[in-house]
Design a protein around this ligand. Structure first.
Ligand code: GCO
Length: 466
């Protein structure tokens, strides 16, 4: 079985993780700049995409990659999030998009990839309605400015990971732990911002297309015969997946979602209130979006747990230290026989298939899904002959593509697949220790070297089969 000729094979990046020049060329600060200064790694120069983009785009082309996910750094355009414009930043993305087209690469552009401008972050990020308004203005500016160069837009990347990492797990600034109210409110804030941006985009009649990207992690009961585990997995799913799928695809929160969220918040002394007018915007956007982006890396097996919150984020990369026990939700545990990455992420390609089937059944969503990220993060080095033999990455991608094909065969409309990442890029919690790239970035020289997976992917793209 082959992929259709219109199936898009691409690769993905994000501005802050690859550009470097984080505080120069007129770029405004983001919360990460100050936060990383206290730690052991910085996002400068990352992969120096600010200067190396012609090299990266040419390499992508040589390896048959005709679609690239890129994000715009909001604070490169509006250094303070709103108000004054930084023309150098505006021009930079014109250069990148034009170069993409010169190389025959279609840019798929994300407006927000974990990088709210500091000025807005300090005033509450997406907990503050002002950030929603500023985001919509920024989005609108980009739609108009780049309308001749960009045909595929995504508003946000990974709403749940932002919210949980900022307000539950505490590993993204402002590093707050176990505040589920804030996490839920910020997800809602981003969904309203997404909806308003989609509606403005559509009201102006741009010829391009627009959607949003969610990181979806399939949840299974640890013991499928245990009703407590079944309930725990369901709750975890509602918090991390269904809340956002409802908002995106229904434009409202289902009774089941609201009931679970309220129960969870009651237990954690929290609450969730929203303006009913938001629902009208969300409904309109749900009708108008053109596609859904799905990042998929891992699934979770969830066991019933009624103890206190205890979350250890395995940022260091050492196996065996990751814990997720959330009061009222459950406990995510390892499962015998299922392999894990160096970061204890369960490698479970069937989870991608199950999630695709679920979206198409539960939401009767037929407009099309892009797998906007999938890939294997690992510790790796390059040998003297510049060979990186990343068999395990090839195996990871091949297995996911196989399950993806099965979903397509069974009727799910999947429009494309993007490997995370094109080249090795900076990792938010792991610095330069965790590599995902098809191309090896030699950080000291900023040279790129194709890994075995790049040659393999080139063949997949050419033959349209695994
Ligand atoms: C990391 C993460 C990221 C994400 C990406 C999400 O190691 O920092 O894995 O690279 O995958 O930013 O969209």
């Amino acid at each position: 079985m082959k992929f259709n000729s219109d199936f898009v094979f691409g690769a993905a990046t994000a501005a802050y993780q690859c550009e470097g020049e984080t505080r120069t060329h007129g770029k405004g600060k983001v919360a990460w700049d100050d936060y990383l200064e206290k730690g052991s790694f910085q996002a400068d120069k990352a992969s120096d995409f600010y200067h190396q983009y012609p090299v990266d785009l040419h390499l992508a082309k040589q390896f048959g990659i005709k679609a690239l996910r890129i994000s715009i750094a909001w604070s490169r355009i509006f250094p303070d999030g709103e108000g004054e414009i930084n023309q150098e930043g505006v021009d930079f993305y014109h250069h990148v998009f034009r170069q993409c087209h010169k190389e025959g690469i279609e840019p798929y552009v994300t407006l927000h990839h974990f990088d709210t401008p500091l000025a807005l972050h300090e005033r509450g990020d997406f907990l503050n309605r002002e950030t929603i308004d500023a985001f919509v203005k920024y989005a609108n500016f980009c739609f108009e400015e780049y309308k001749d160069e960009v045909s595929y837009w995504f508003t946000f990347n990974e709403v749940w990971p932002i919210a949980t990492n900022q307000y539950i797990e505490g590993v993204f600034p402002p590093c707050i732990t176990y505040d589920i109210s804030k996490a839920v409110a910020s997800m809602h804030g981003m969904m309203v911002a997404h909806a308003k941006a989609v509606n403005i985009f559509k009201s102006h009649g741009y010829k391009g297309k627009i959607g949003i990207i969610h990181s979806l992690e399939t949840k299974y009961p640890y013991d499928p015969t245990n009703s407590d585990d079944i309930r725990a997995a369901k709750k975890d799913d509602i918090l991390a997946n269904q809340f956002l799928l409802d908002a995106t695809l229904l434009g409202s929160y289902s009774e089941e979602t609201l009931q679970t969220i309220h129960e969870l918040l009651d237990l954690n002394h929290g609450s969730f209130h929203y303006d009913k007018r938001d629902i009208a915007e969300m409904k309109e956007a749900a009708n108008q979006i053109d596609y859904l982006g799905m990042n998929y890396y891992q699934s979770h097996f969830v066991r019933y747990y009624d103890g206190e919150n205890e979350i250890v984020h395995n940022g260091t990369g050492e196996k065996g230290t990751k814990k997720f026990k959330l009061k009222g939700v459950g406990e995510r545990v390892m499962k015998e026989g299922i392999p894990t990455t160096d970061w204890d992420w369960l490698i479970y390609p069937k989870g991608m298939y199950d999630m695709l089937m679920r979206i198409s059944k539960q939401y009767a969503f037929t407009k099309g899904i892009y797998i906007t990220e999938n890939g294997l993060g690992k510790k790796e080095s390059i040998d003297d002959d510049h060979v990186v033999d990343d068999e395990s990455r090839i195996d990871y991608i091949a297995k996911h593509l196989t399950w993806l094909l099965k979903a397509i065969q069974e009727g799910v409309y999947v429009k494309g697949y993007f490997v995370w990442s094109l080249m090795d890029v900076f990792s938010w919690s792991n610095g330069y220790n965790k590599r995902y790239g098809l191309f090896y970035t030699d950080y000291p020289t900023q040279k790129r070297y194709p890994k075995a997976s790049a040659y393999w992917y080139k063949r997949v793209i050419r033959n349209r089969e695994i």
